[in-house]
Design a protein around this ligand. Structure first.
Ligand code: NDP
Length: 338
């Protein structure tokens, strides 16, 4: 969601953001490997303009380190149980390091076999998902990732939360170009965006949520106290259900309601699994796959008014100017560095 940020902001370079979050994670108990992986994730989100998943998440990360829920010195272990299945035990850490360790084995298996799956267990995901799918697309592979989280969203037609906001991301490789990347919550609006809308005093578009009595509301605070709604009615609801099954049922990790019930409520992420699939278009379609797809993307580009998903974020990525950071959030993060 594009926000009308009305609260004061401060300009920070990406290098300043990197220095700040590195200090915060180190001071709060992360070892070097976890600090570096988490910092890369936060900086990439700020770089690409993903306001709800960069600095905004830092207080939550720290809360979970301080409460002892998440292991800042986690040492994720990669195991290939079957040729096409890679497993990572996240050692109760945040997910970025587990992802970085698992992706090479996943990519290697998909290049050999055409398709492979990575099951990440015992981790805490609090970020956007495109870093993992783009890491696969950079190697010429199609990547798809999903995670569930805490129960904040009602199934279509229901009046109480059961699902997480259950994001699903995929990236299609385009050799020599940025991939096509779609990374979306299956809620009509991401939870972080509703929190930011509440902070900024914004009104939500209709259809984002219901209040605690199950009644439709456009007040973000009422939605946070009630339930978010899936995008696209029953269709988005079915996709959120699919994410529960893939990221929970398929890899023996908690469903969102189970994760929420087991959580200590520290404000950080709940435990959740991540399933990442990789597929090699080269092995499935042969040598001509890229030119075939490029011709299709050319026809797509010729349609007036349409743009490929990911294009806005990739454009933002090329801008190395300073980023505007909410001053109150910045004060809060700076205080966490001491
Ligand atoms: P958006 O609705 O902003 O965007 C979803 C996708 O649609 C993006 O890939 C975006 O590309 C694309 N898109 C947007 N507008 C257009 C358009 N006009 N034409 C074509 N494509 C378009 O994302 P969400 O708010 O749903 O999700 C935000 C983030 O939150 C995601 O990164 C997600 O992973 C993360 N998240 C993480 C959770 C977790 O538990 N870890 C939970 C929920 C969400 P572009 O970027 O180019 O605009």
């Amino acid at each position: 969601m594009a926000h009308n940020i009305s609260t004061p902001t401060q300009a920070l370079s990406l290098a300043d953001i990197e220095r700040l979050v590195t200090r915060v994670f180190r001071v709060n108990g992360c070892d070097e490997a976890n600090t570096a992986a988490l910092t890369r994730t936060v900086v990439a989100a700020e770089r690409d303009g993903a306001l709800s998943h960069g600095l905004f998440r830092v207080p939550g990360y720290v809360a979970s380190l301080r409460s002892g829920k998440v292991n800042g010195a986690a040492d994720p272990q990669v195991a290939a149980s079957l040729p096409a299945v890679v497993r990572v035990d996240g050692d109760n850490g945040f997910t970025p390091l587990a992802i970085e360790r698992g992706i090479p084995a996943l990519a290697s298996a998909a290049k050999k076999l055409g398709v492979a799956a990575l099951a990440i267990r015992r981790t805490y995901h609090f970020a956007a998902l495109w870093p993992e799918t783009e890491a696969l697309a950079d190697q010429g592979l199609f990547g798809l990732a999903c995670v569930n989280n805490m129960p904040v969203m009602a199934p279509f037609g229901g009046d109480a939360p059961l699902f997480g906001t259950n994001p699903l991301a995929w990236s299609w490789p385009r050799p020599g170009k940025a991939p096509v990347t779609c990374d979306m919550a299956t809620s009509a609006m991401a939870y972080g965006d509703i929190q930011i809308a509440a902070r900024e005093g914004e009104t939500l578009p209709p259809g984002c949520g219901i209040d605690a009595d199950g009644q439709p509301t456009t007040d973000p605070a009422e939605v946070l106290a009630g339930s978010l709604l899936p995008f696209g009615g029953h269709k988005g609801s079915a996709m959120a259900l699919l994410v529960e099954l893939l990221a929970g049922g398929a890899i023996a990790e908690p469903f969102s309601d189970e994760a929420g019930a087991a959580d200590n409520g520290d404000g950080g992420p709940v435990r959740g699994g991540e399933l990442i699939l990789a597929l090699s278009p080269e092995m499935l379609a042969g040598d001509e796959w890229a030119s075939h797809c490029e011709a299709f993307f050319q026809r797509f580009a010729a349609i007036q008014g349409a743009r490929l998903p990911g294009a806005a974020r990739h454009k933002m990525r090329l801008d190395d100017a300073t980023r505007e950071v909410n001053s109150r959030l910045l004060d809060e993060i700076e205080a966490l560095a001491h």
